[in-house]
Design a protein around this ligand. Sequence first.
Ligand code: KG4
Ligand code: ZN
Length: 335
Amino acid sequence: MIILGIESSCDDTSAAVVRDETLLSNALAGQKVHELWGGVVPELASRAHQLNITPTVHTALVDAGITPQEVDAIAFTRGPGLMGSLLVGVSFAKGFAAALGKPIVEVNHLHGHIFAQFLRLPDKPYDPPQFPFLCLLVSGGHTQIVLVRSTQDLEIIGSTIDDAAGEAFDKCAKVMGLPYPGGPHIDRLAVAGDPLRFKFARPEVGRLDFSFSGLKTSFLYTVRDEVAKNPHFIAENQADLAASLQHTIVAILLTRLERAVADTGVTEISIGGGVSANGGLRSALVALGEKRGWKVHLPERFLTTDNAAMIAVAGLFKAQRGEYCSMEIAPQTRF
Ligand code: KG4
Ligand code: ZN
């Protein structure tokens, strides 16, 4: 089965083609414009999607060596995400499908992140998580622990009550004057820093739930107080600030994951979402997995942030069950 996937939930326009689980192409158009504003500006995002969607889909088909007629179904992100951004992808998918006489499949963006590791990649061993598994889903908009029993039986057993892990990275990076999105910058700076130099809050809000707003505030206050004493504090302590922040976020994430394993008995572990690209999180999870005897599955880095390949494979699972949707379907910003 050949699936064309389309992703436009936030600020990346992406289109991808899979033949069964095999990834044939994954085209991506990022949006630099938001860097200027220190965060995603929804109206600018939807305009950029409109410019990018047709050439991105074209590139995905050409790279895959597939003609539009060879596509069996078109899978698209229905949500969650920004309404204007989602509308572009959903409308394109419907229009393209109508023109070709092909069925459409709606995909939950978060399921895309969870099933990204089920893609078969050229020259890579195929080792997707075995059911049931726990997925620590950490993106810019969501932080969840999901118990995945099958491709259609997913249960969210923990989630954030305020900011997402990615937001915590991005907001603290902003306090340090780093560009948006700050997560990758913190990751890079943390390598040379002392993770135990600064202590930040680790709010407890429930056994498997997360809260990051207190951490963000404690980071902000620490920086503000130190800058009052020394205006060069941030520049002189960038690496230690980044390493200590990353260490705290990783500790918050992994303590909940350990509890989830204790509660469910499931030791097959995967991670997904933009923050799962983080070097500190990946190495800490691997080390913890070795210590506890878990089987840890790390996604390839290009599959961690938003991409259409993951939407195509999540859509494939639905298409294989005949779960197509009607042309009446509308985007959904929240789930
Ligand atoms: O999954 P994603 O691309 O978009 C959403 O669905 O939200 O995640 C984007 C988030 C941003 O907050 C970004 O800062 C974070 O992922 N991120 C990282 C890293 N790469 C991306 N955070 C920490 N370390 C990274 N290497
Ligand atoms: Zn995402």
